[in-house]
Design a binder for this molecule. Sequence first.
Ligand SMILES: [Zn+2]
Ligand SMILES: [Zn+2]
Length: 370
Amino acid sequence: MNRFGFKRILQAFLLSVLIITAAASASGDLLVHFIDVGQGDSELVQFNGTNILIDGGTRDMGPVVESYLREHGVSSLALVVATHPHEDHIGGLLAVLNDFPVGQVLDSGRAHTSQTYENFLTVIDQKDIPFAVAERGQTIDIDPRIKIEVLSPPATSFPDDLNQNSIVLKVTYNKVSFLLTGDAGFEAEDSIMAAGYDLKSTVLKVGHHGSSAASSSAFLSRVMPSVSIIEVGAGNDYGHPSQRTLNALQSIGSKIYRTDTNGNILVTTDGQSYDVTTEKQSWSTASTATQATASTVTWPASQDTKATSSTTTTAKSYDGPFVGSLKSDKYHYPSCQWAQKIKPSNEIWFSSSADARAHGYVPCGVCHPP
Ligand SMILES: [Zn+2]
Ligand SMILES: [Zn+2]
């Protein structure tokens, strides 16, 4: 128990999420955004005016996540999920928890001795945000049409491994489902399989940034995702994603999207079919399409689900935020490998390309911002 234990919700099997936002739209679409936060994870789930944020990237990505939320009409969050206390997952949540009304925080329950985790708990305490600990078997109620199950961590958590204790969620909307795994690896996957869940999912957020210690063949053969999304930073120090994981995903015929090459990735579904929209064309598919033209690819109905899908790659109107360094005159997409190398104390953020240019900055020659 940590010092915030008194805030834990004791009814273990139902997390009732307070719906703060009035239904902004009565749309029947479920939107799951995979936000490009470089080397880290951040996902936004939106349904009928309810917003759930899962992780927020590193601390320096806080402003990026906040801008993204505002651009997508988010003024409050019913729930913030911290899959586990590593900085590339909770760092950016500090800003979000400070600046947005939050109905509840769901935590893995594993304390971490880092300053970031201390700060995370302090913000929750200062803002008096209801705090609950996730446990296998819970469900999260946002709408009778959407089922959100907590598949992990189990009641008896894995000793000394924050990644294995990641909160793993399965979000199901009729025929279309999402498996969101944080940094869970083989040990957690084995435990989830042993618990007997139906893991079959349309979309998999690949575990641990595509590390070679996650996404076992046995696990993937149970999930059989039509679409796999890897949240990963270009040129990261960890060698993510691993070739083993990429091969394993390809061998099951999963279509792979990556935030390092595709930027922000959005999956929209009405529960029957789904669309994948990416901010940038992946380098591997961009060769035949001109940069300025959006391309739409319609996928055949997948062999194993009744859902149909199409993909829209939009070489589009992303116009901020951009980041520069106080030590140079270049501005970058936040996901650019050069942007990642800027020390947080030297960062300068621009709301748009016009804003950057007005400050005398010029576009980076590597990531080519507008
Ligand atoms: Zn991570
Ligand atoms: Zn981690």
